[in-house]
Write a protein that binds this ligand. Structure first.
Ligand SMILES: [Zn+2]
Length: 143
């Protein structure tokens, strides 16, 4: 099997255990790159993976999948301060907590669009996966 994703797409999604990404998007093995972290946040390291995905492995579009009931909705940046109090060191990374999942998807789309490293930064779509219905809702980037 070729290492290049058949559908030329990279998916960035939350690590949530209830989100079966391949089932939700109708994807099969070999179809896409899958990049997951807490919240499906477009961090510098996600940009690193997307850049390699597009420039070395031929993907042309990005799909972002966040979801209802995300653990990041119940956290704040205080999480970092609490960590510092417990272990004596504050992490360099942001928690990237959020309150409005639609707005969080828009922010992630914006981070992809404004990356200077991607070849196809404009080809990005964002969705919210509903963990109770199993359905995806596309987010209008303009709102
Ligand atoms: Zn989540």
């Amino acid at each position: 099997m070729d290492a290049r994703p058949v559908l030329k797409v990279a998916v960035v999604a939350c690590m949530d255990a209830r989100l079966d990404l391949h089932a939700a998007l109708g994807l099969e093995l070999g179809d896409c790159h899958t990049i997951r972290n807490a919240g499906g946040v477009v961090t510098d390291d996600v940009i690193r993976s997307l850049t390699i995905s597009q420039r070395a492995l031929g993907t042309r579009s990005v799909i972002l999948v966040h979801h209802t009931g995300c653990g990041l909705e119940s956290l704040t940046e205080d999480f970092r301060i609490e960590l510092e109090e417990e272990v004596g060191q504050r992490p360099a990374w942001a928690v990237e907590a959020f309150r409005d999942v639609d707005q969080d998807v828009r922010q992630s789309m914006q981070r992809v669009r404004t990356s200077p490293f991607l070849l196809h930064a404009d080809d990005v779509r964002g969705f919210v996966f509903d963990v109770t219905t199993g359905l995806l809702r596309e987010i209008d980037p303009a709102r």
